[in-house]
Write a protein that binds this ligand. Structure first.
Ligand code: ADP
Ligand code: ASP
Ligand code: MG
Length: 413
């Protein structure tokens, strides 16, 4: 008998029929004698629908009210799933994030979990009930509803698994597990049996939305056994392994991640003097805008060009801050390009394999894709390219590094 936390994403609870199927899956574990805590997302499309409603009301919705609104999506699914279980003769109790004291900081719409009080959940498990918790939400000290950022139900699940010392946290989704790249973009993408924690962290932070990055951070910090698997098909899915490099399947590359939602800002002709990068980037980050890739180039004429990327949704705001800085620094010009994307190769094996970068650049060159920015770390190489080449680039790299399924089996669901 084990204690298992299971999370079902939006598509998996997208209709009454699917919620019934989720109930059946949970029952198969209950019948084995396992204790089960379930975390559910809102029905697919619901969080987007609510977001659109808010934006109809005001262009920049008030963050506190946004959380009150968005958290309703998950409240619907916990109730329906509990009904589905009760109807089948299995005890079930639904709880909002606040009711099980998922305590967060005050950062509305992107709150971080601080603490979870597991007593109420444990009491329910002792009474042989399935505990169904609303994902993506918590409360701050003042008792106001907060949400954890898009994709946040993954984080609720892993945090609960850590707090309850669960034997496993299972993330059920609409694909069979973690693939070498998004199987919706590359049909030949291969399902990974295992991926190291370090690689999963990079993949998630570089755009693979199959797991929210914070959920992976939590799993790492508390060593939560974490598995991603399909709600719709049987299978072992992908285990996030903590065993280090040996667990790797591929000697060099685990996968390819990409991010569409990026924009590039360049300020040219600023004086090449100490403190200039700080003067340019400082005000942007002080405004709460997350700056991603940064490059700086000194020209022979004693000036500098500084280029950096931000989330596309924040790029106009970043541009107006930069316009002000540029004026005071007497810069030549400020340019905003919203039609870019970032493609990244990830793999712990890169550490010991030379020539990966040049192979990557060659594959892109063969498709006549111009690289605008390159950044590297020990286990990843990222390039910024024109957005229209995203799919082409991902497919070209997937085949250049022979990441596809050797049997040619199409394994996406
Ligand atoms: P859920 O609603 O279950 O949380 P998400 O849509 O958030 O599901 O995440 C699952 C999706 O992540 C898949 O449908 C797939 O398109 C996408 N994805 C991106 N990169 C990968 C990858 N490397 N492996 C698997 N899925 C990926
Ligand atoms: N419903 C939220 C979202 O769509 C949280 C989640 O699904 O993880 O982002
Ligand atoms: Mg998700």
């Amino acid at each position: 008998m084990a204690l298992i936390v299971q999370k079902f994403g939006g598509t998996s609870v997208g209709s009454v029929e699917r919620i019934e199927a989720v109930a059946e899956k949970i029952i198969s574990f209950r019948d084995r004698g396992d204790d089960v805590v379930v975390v559910v997302s809102a029905m697919s499309g619901e969080t987007n629908r609510l977001t659109a409603l808010a934006q109809e009301m005001m262009e920049q919705p008030i963050a506190r009210e946004m959380d009150v609104l968005l958290s309703t999506g998950e409240q619907v699914t916990i109730a329906l799933l509990s009904m589905a279980l009760e109807k089948r003769g299995y005890g079930a109790r639904s709880f909002t994030g606040g009711q099980v004291r998922i305590l967060t900081d005050d950062a509305h719409t992107k709150a971080r979990i601080r603490e979870i009080d597991s007593t109420r959940i444990m009491a329910q498990l002792e009474q042989q009930n399935v505990v169904v918790v609303a994902g993506f939400q918590g409360v701050n000290e003042a008792g106001c509803i907060t949400t954890l950022g898009r994709g946040g139900s993954d984080t609720t699940a892993v945090a609960l698994a850590a707090a309850l010392k669960a034997d496993e946290c299972q993330i059920y989704t609409d694909v069979k597990g973690v693939y070498t790249t998004d199987p919706r973009v590359v049909e030949e993408a291969r399902l990974l049996k295992t991926v190291t924690f370090e690689e999963m962290l990079e993949l998630a932070s570089l755009g693979a939305k199959v797991l929210q990055i914070r959920s992976v951070e939590f799993a790492g910090k508390y060593k939560v056994p974490l598995r991603v698997l399909s709600s719709f098909e049987e299978g072992e899915g992908t285990l996030i392994s903590f065993e280090g490099d040996e667990a790797m399947e591929d000697p060099s590359i685990a996968g390819i991640a990409f991010e569409r939602d990026e924009a590039k800002l360049t300020v040219t002709g600023v004086p090449d003097v100490p403190g200039i990068a700080y003067n340019v980037i400082g005000p942007v980050s002080e405004a709460g805008i997350e700056v991603d890739v940064i490059v700086q180039n000194a020209a022979a004429d004693g000036t500098n060009d500084i280029t950096f990327t931000v989330k596309r949704g924040e790029s106009e705001r970043a541009k107006s801050i930069l316009d002000n800085i540029a004026r005071s620094l007497k810069a030549r010009e400020v340019d905003l390009d919203t039609k870019i994307c970032k493609v990244s190769l990830v793999g712990v094996g890169m550490r010991s394999h030379a020539g990966i970068a040049s192979k990557m650049f060659k594959a892109l060159a063969q498709e006549s894709i111009n690289i605008q920015i390159i950044t590297t770390s020990e286990i990843k190489i990222s390039v910024v390219i024109e957005e229209k080449y995203l799919e082409l680039a991902v497919r070209a790299l997937h085949s250049a590094f022979e990441l596809g399924d050797p049997d040619g089996e199409h394994s996406s669901s």
